[in-house]
Design a protein around this ligand. Structure first.
Ligand code: HAM
Length: 437
């Protein structure tokens, strides 16, 4: 049997693999201008990092996590044994919880110190039902800003997310920015009770899952994809009417900063996001057309209690993550493609076997000069070597033949102009470098 990639995963080939590099590069360029530095955390963590960080009653933790078992742990579990907490491992479903674990473990946030700004890029795993724009392994680029409670930070990271998409070339007119405040410990518990009561009062109009959510995590009912539930939840009391004075003031200032920067947004009191750590500001960037129901290309928010919940010092935080695969779909929908660059700059074509040793040496000298170079290793004819050079979109072909070698020279052919010039063997790299300049 020939194995296939697992359900919900994709191989990134050619221009898509290149797009991942390019998108990361644009993100690193933009985010580093705002002071963000790269961090790389493990792809799997102890389960408790996600359970405590994201919340047991979220779909992400309760239903979608992939667990990782070592051989020993597998045998222990198979025999009905219990694993110790440090043996319970899961693939990361998102990057925030692991980044906060890392910041606490390495004491990255000395109290009273400056804001810590971290960015990351890599694969995340959620066992969701695969569909367009929804994968089980997908790639995110995210940022986390730790230590800043001021509403200017909320506005700054939203502006930074938009800047990233602008520099990537995605027309912002094809997107909409949703904004909401989810309140904090002072006002959200009462609002949660209000929504719980609302769900119980409308129990016969809501799905079983929403009814269950009334008892576990009532605000999740706003996320229900069932259109009937969405209609009922549209009539629910709005969090914007339930915010305490501090949260209302924070939210008003975030909006004032965004207004001042000319950022357009839609206030959406139903935007609750799927992760439990959020307090106050939450936002999502959606593509208006072409992505179907999986139209959120990025999202994030403030999480002022997360650090403490995870055992660290009380530190406010805010961040976002954008999805690479959905970003690619958004670019495609906007008619923006990534050209696959050439495979090599220079192809070495050898007329016969006796010329190969010299060709091999020239190839190394080109690579040492930081020029991409390649040659045939399969005994192809000269004609097929030229064909291969064409396929690889080489800019130059260096022809190594017995007559030229006798004179200590080779022929360098420009594939664009078809012009040829003779060159001393040990000056090939210099000549090609000067022509490429
Ligand atoms: P999230 O909204 O769950 O937030 O994910 C961020 C982005 O990842 C989404 O907007 C989407 O583009 C992409 N994404 C999520 N799930 C999938 C999937 N199954 N397939 C393809 N793409 C997907 C977070 O993960 C938070 N950690 C963001 C954050 C950082 N909040 C604060 N700091």
């Amino acid at each position: 049997m020939i194995a296939k990639a697992p359900r919900g995963t994709v191989d990134l080939l050619g221009s898509e693999a290149e797009a991942w590099l390019r998108i990361q590069q644009v993100a690193i360029d933009v985010f580093s201008r705002y002071g963000y530095r790269l961090v790389k955390t493990p792809i799997f963590e102890q389960q408790q990092v996600f359970v405590r960080g994201i919340g047991q009653d979220t779909d992400v933790v309760g239903k979608e996590m992939f667990h990782v078992l070592s051989k020993n742990a597998f045998e222990k579990v198979s025999a009905g044994g219990e694993l110790k907490s440090d043996q319970k491992l899961s693939l990361r479903p998102e990057g925030t919880a692991g980044t906060i674990r890392c910041a606490i473990e390495h004491n990255l946030i000395p109290q009273g110190g400056p804001t810590v700004k971290l960015m990351y890029a890599g694969p995340m795993f959620r066992c969701e039902r695969p569909q367009k724009g929804r994968l089980r392994e997908f790639n995110q680029i995210g940022i986390e800003c730790l230590g800043a409670a001021d509403p200017s930070t909320d506005a700054e990271i939203i502006i930074m997310l938009l800047k990233f998409y602008e520099e990537l070339g995605l027309p912002l007119e094809s997107t909409r920015l949703l904004l909401n405040s989810m309140g904090d410990d002072a006002c959200r518990p009462a609002y949660r009770e209000t929504i719980k009561q609302y769900i119980l009062d409308h129990s016969d109009e809501l799905c079983e899952e929403c009814n269950h959510r009334a008892h576990t995590n009532p605000l999740r009912a706003f996320d229900c994809k069932n259109p009937e539930c969405a209609k009922v939840m549209d009539g629910a009391p709005k969090i914007s009417d339930a915010l305490c004075d501090d949260c209302r003031d924070h939210y008003a200032k975030v909006k004032a900063y965004l207004d001042g920067a000319g950022v357009e947004y839609i206030e959406d009191s139903r935007l609750v996001r799927g992760l439990d750590y959020y307090t106050r500001t939450v936002f999502e960037l959606q593509v208006i057309d072409g992505l179907g129901s999986q139209n959120a290309i990025g999202g994030g928010g403030r999480y002022d209690k997360l650090m403490e919940v995870m055992g660290g010092p009380s530190t406010p935080g805010i961040g976002f993550a954008l999805g690479f695969e959905r970003t690619l779909l958004a670019l495609e929908a906007a008619g923006i493609g990534f050209e696959l660059g050439s495979d090599t700059d220079v192809y070495i074509a050898c007329i016969d076997d006796d010329c190969k040793a010299c060709g091999f040496k020239i190839m190394q000298s080109l690579r040492d000069a930081k020029i991409r170079a390649d040659m045939d290793h399969q005994g192809r004819s000269l004609k097929s070597q030229f064909k291969q050079a064409g396929k690889m979109a080489a800019s130059y072909v260096v022809v190594v033949g017995p007559d030229e070698l006798a004179a200590g020279e080779v022929t360098v052919r420009c594939m664009d102009t078809h012009e040829e010039e003779r060159c001393a063997i040990d000056e090939v790299a210099e000549l090609v470098a000067s022509r490429m300049r």
